[in-house]
Design a protein around this ligand. Structure first.
Ligand code: NI
Length: 140
């Protein structure tokens, strides 16, 4: 049996957004996105769960140092998104619709370069306690 273990870090951020396709009329946006397309934005309490899997390092006994994982989330993701308007305040969503699906991929891409290539990364993002998304879909 392998010594692969999954380690998790959970964090929280608040952010505002508006779901909107600029190619569409206001009526079409309202029909597809409903209240999420209201022009004056609305907020969510996002919960982000980061899962890192890999072999336990013999020297440290860690898969990954949790403090390092926590710091990475803070520095690469939360500083950018917490208490921000995703559409107006972030480069990432200036022209990308800030759906939970797009946000989870952006978070993955912000973290992936800073985690050792021997480790697998997997993100779950809760937009509400009942609505959540996962990326990537394939789980090792
Ligand atoms: Ni929303």
């Amino acid at each position: 049996m392998s010594n692969k273990v999954a380690v998790y870090r959970k964090e929280h951020f608040n952010a505002a957004h508006r779901l909107y396709n600029s190619q569409w009329s206001d009526e079409q946006n309202a029909a597809v996105f409903g209240k999420c397309s209201l022009p004056n934005y609305h907020g969510h309490n996002y919960e982000v769960e980061v899962r890192v899997t890999g072999e336990i390092d013999e020297a440290t006994g860690f898969v990954m140092d949790m403090k390092k994982l926590s710091d990475l989330l803070q520095e690469k993701v939360l500083v950018k998104f917490d208490h921000k308007n995703l559409n107006l305040d972030t480069e990432e969503f200036r022209s990308l619709n800030p759906t939970a699906e797009n946000i989870v991929i952006v978070i993955y891409n912000l973290l992936r370069p800073h985690i050792e290539t021997s480790l697998d990364l997997f993100i779950r993002l809760y937009e509400t306690p009942r609505n959540f998304v996962e990326y990537p879909v394939f789980i090792k």
